[in-house]
Design a protein around this ligand. Structure first.
Ligand SMILES: C[S@@+](CC[C@H](N)C(=O)[O-])C[C@H]1O[C@@H](n2cnc3c(N)ncnc32)[C@H](O)[C@@H]1O
Length: 271
């Protein structure tokens, strides 16, 4: 990999191995008779996937698609392809990529079933994108760049492949201080996923995140959060979450809760 030191290459390997067996969506399967890759499967998990679960993501797709109809969008870290699918349905020319072959295979299957045609669906590493400079009108990444091992580099790679004036729409980075940051640092027990959390999830202050956008004009930076939902989990962290954090956080007025929101999403234009 281009200019990547040994430590980062090892991290990318760990990230790859984790996500290749934990493609986002598999954890939402509650009916074990539903076979991955079937129409029933994609319908079964759809309500839990980002654009359908969080209305602000669908609104953002609508907003961007209006600007990008007939133009070229690169999705980095497409998972099972739900976000790209929504762009394709709106007439955007999509290149869907993910680090892991299993995500790419799922996305391919998903698009075939939905009868939509991407420009390309392929594996690609956000830290070393296999595209020429100034290729795309927009880059979209949802829940990816803070999980790559080098967030700054991922943003600069996105900039490289964007045309001048192109849009980087990054939903989201993990922020601190936030309730999620607190939970992640309360010992080693996993908290986000049932069996094992991803090897990398970096948290930054808003200022740190914005400092990564050198060479961009940041047009929107918005904190996003939801009220804490029940988890069916046992263990120390799960109990702290259920009996302390959730009731306290959910009582906070919106203006205060936003200070501890765990996501920051950024839209920025390449200068
Ligand atoms: C939290 S999942 C989000 C998936 C999808 N964007 C969604 O919202 O459903 C993170 C995704 O980022 C991908 N990923 C992690 N590191 C990556 C990298 N260096 N390059 C490209 N994709 C990466 C993982 O394979 C995984 O599919």
């Amino acid at each position: 990999m281009r200019n990547m030191d040994e430590k980062l290459a090892i991290t990318v390997g760990e990230v790859h191995d984790y996500w290749n067996t934990h493609t986002l969506g598999l954890q939402y399967v509650t009916d074990k008779s539903v076979r991955p890759g079937t129409p029933e499967f994609f319908a079964h998990i759809r309500p839990w996937m980002n654009p359908y679960k969080f209305p602000w993501i669908m609104e953002r797709i609508d907003r961007e698609a209006k600007l990008l109809e007939g133009k070229h969008l690169l999705e980095i870290g497409c998972g099972m392809g739900y976000d790209s699918l929504e762009f394709l349905k709106r007439g955007v020319l999509v290149t869907a990529t993910d680090l892991t072959p299993n995500a790419v295979a799922m996305t391919r299957q998903h698009f075939e079933l939905e009868r939509v045609q991407a420009e390309e669906i392929r594996t690609a590493n956000a830290l070393d994108l296999p595209f020429s400079d100034s290729t795309f009108d927009a880059v979209w990444a949802n829940g990816v760049l803070h999980a790559t091992g080098d967030t700054r580099r991922a943003i600069q790679e996105a900039k490289r492949v964007l045309k001048p004036g192109g849009r980087a729409v990054i939903s989201h980075f993990y922020r601190k201080p936030s309730w999620m940051y607190l939970l992640h640092h309360l010992g080693r027990e996993n908290i986000e996923y049932k069996e094992e959390d991803p090897p990398v999830n970096e948290f930054y202050t808003d200022e740190e995140i914005l400092s990564f956008f050198q060479g961009f004009d940041v047009v929107q930076a918005v904190r996003e959060h939801h009220r804490l939902l029940p988890v069916r989990r046992s263990g120390l962290k799960a109990n702290i979450y259920t009996y302390i954090l959730k009731p306290v956080y959910n009582l906070l007025p919106e203006s205060v809760a936003k200070h501890f929101a765990y996501k920051l999403s950024v839209t920025a234009i390449k200068i």
